[in-house]
Ligand binder design. Structure first.
Ligand SMILES: Nc1ncnc2c1ncn2[C@@H]1O[C@H](COP(=O)(O)OP(=O)(O)OP(=O)(O)O)[C@@H](O)[C@H]1O
Ligand SMILES: [Mg+2]
Length: 418
């Protein structure tokens, strides 16, 4: 193989690299010693393939030798990392899990907060991986509707993690519990966001009641980087809804101090540094990440899936949107508030406005079945609209026919050009 680079890492150091070539790949092989990528242990001599957009750190506790094949955009060794702090956090959580096991009660519920690009998702992955590696089965809750790691963007999700998150593809768990929020930022519909946080909190508690091992292992909650004003209030709402025990604040002393003051005393709030390796992402990179997640939903992370394309008649589908355009409270009918319009279920006439949109297939049987609080089974996207024949062409992971359940229109778009 061409373009081979060999790196010798001392103990407690990491090799950071990025893949910025749109069609390029970088292969990583651990030649000697032990190393991990965001808490997931590397298998010696196995080839790990990273594609465009990957920003990776290969960390070693005791020293190792790794090879990189291909052309990484940057590749350097860093000695200063916060990994021992994250390991200490894991050790503390493990103590709480042991206690929880002894007393048969719920293990630690951890909330990770911080501004954008502080490494929240990475810390969540590291803590999840460390927990799974010592035999725990934690629940991962992802409230980052902008850059979600399970399902497609715009969703709020939870999953029981049984395998380490893989270095290349991230979370590989099947069948997460998914609620459709439908926007890329909580600020687009705060009322709905808070309702779904409450609902997901209940759903996770119900699942933990049924699964002792998960109950003792606890929950790790990832959030988006919106930490000011209503974003701050939504963090405190999450803390209450999930009965959080520990809040990890990454790299933001002001947020740490505010939370330490505002949350009840039994909630620990800890400040932790951000890794210098965390890479800032532009709006374009974020949009590309979203696109990649959706593509991976339909086609699989390694293009191993074959989604179905078929036509659906306008008359055969029931589409709804959550939230009507908001008016100031003073313009609302007597007795109604702005929040009421944010949670209104509005029927949508199928047509050109659905082109390229992601639609979520609700588990509700009809809109009278508490549509906004029900989880969703999966997604389709609209690839073509024919007004003449009054039908849509959709891309779907399942073959036709489309189940009769209501479809929830999201603001997330996907252009299916392979
Ligand atoms: N030590 C590191 N070395 C190299 N890259 C890293 C390191 N830690 C994190 N990254 C990369 O930096 C990017 C941003 O990290 P991450 O997604 O964890 O941040 P975040 O706070 O969750 O961002 P967002 O606010 O968008 O959710 C990711 O692509 C991640 O793979
Ligand atoms: Mg994140």
């Amino acid at each position: 193989m061409s373009n081979k680079q060999t790196f010798e890492l001392d103990r407690d150091s990491e090799l950071r690299f990025e893949v910025e070539d749109k069609n390029g790949t970088v292969k990583l092989v651990l030649e000697q010693g032990m190393a991990e990528v965001f808490g997931s242990e590397l298998v010696p001599r196995k080839e790990y393939v990273f594609t465009y957009g990957a920003k990776i750190a290969v960390f070693t506790w005791h020293g190792c030798v790794v090879h990189l094949y291909g052309k990484p955009d940057v590749a350097y060794i860093a000695k200063d990392t916060p990994m021992s702090i994250y390991l200490n956090t894991h050790a503390g959580l493990e103590q709480l899990r042991i206690e929880a096991e002894k007393k048969d009660r719920r293990g630690p519920v951890v909330l990770i907060v911080g501004q954008v690009d502080t490494g929240k998702s990475t810390v969540a992955k590291i803590l999840i991986n460390y927990a799974v590696r010592v035999g725990r089965r934690p629940v991962f809750v992802d409230l980052d509707v902008g850059q979600g790691h399970l399902a497609v963007p715009g969703m709020m999700t939870a999953v029981l993690v049984e395998r380490p998150v893989t270095p290349e593809d991230g979370f590989s768990e099947k069948a997460p519990l998914v609620y459709s929020f439908g926007h890329k930022s909580p600020s687009d519909n705060m009322a709905m966001y808070n309702i779904l946080v409450t609902r997901l909190g209940q759903a996770v508690r119900e699942r933990l009641r049924l699964n002792k091992k998960a109950n003792h292992s606890g929950v790790i909650i990832n959030t988006c980087g919106w930490v000011k004003a209503a974003g701050y209030r939504s963090i405190t709402h999450v803390a209450m809804a999930f009965e959080v025990d520990l809040i990890i604040v990454l790299d933001n002393e002001k947020l740490y101090n505010e939370l330490a003051k505002d949350v009840p005393e039994f909630v620990w709030v800890v400040f932790q540094p951000k890794s210098a390796g965390v890479v800032d992402r532009t709006q374009t990179t974020r949009a590309e990440n979203r696109e990649r997640r959706i593509r991976s939903y339909f086609y699989g992370p390694k293009k191993e899936l074959y989604p179905h394309t078929f036509e659906v008649k306008f008359s055969e589908m029931k589409v709804y949107k959550i939230g009507a355009p908001s008016l100031p409270d003073s313009c609302m009918p007597l007795g109604m508030k702005c929040e009421d319009s944010q949670t209104r279920i509005v029927p949508v006439q199928p047509g050109p406005s659905l082109l390229h949109r992601i639609l979520a297939l609700s588990s509700a049987s009809s809109i009278d079945d508490d549509l906004i609080r029900q989880n969703v089974h999966g997604f389709i996207t609209v690839t073509d609209v024919s007004l003449e024949r009054e039908c849509l062409t959709v891309l779907s992971p399942q073959p036709r026919p489309l189940p009769p359940n209501p479809l929830i229109l999201t603001e997330i778009e996907f252009m299916d050009s392979v």
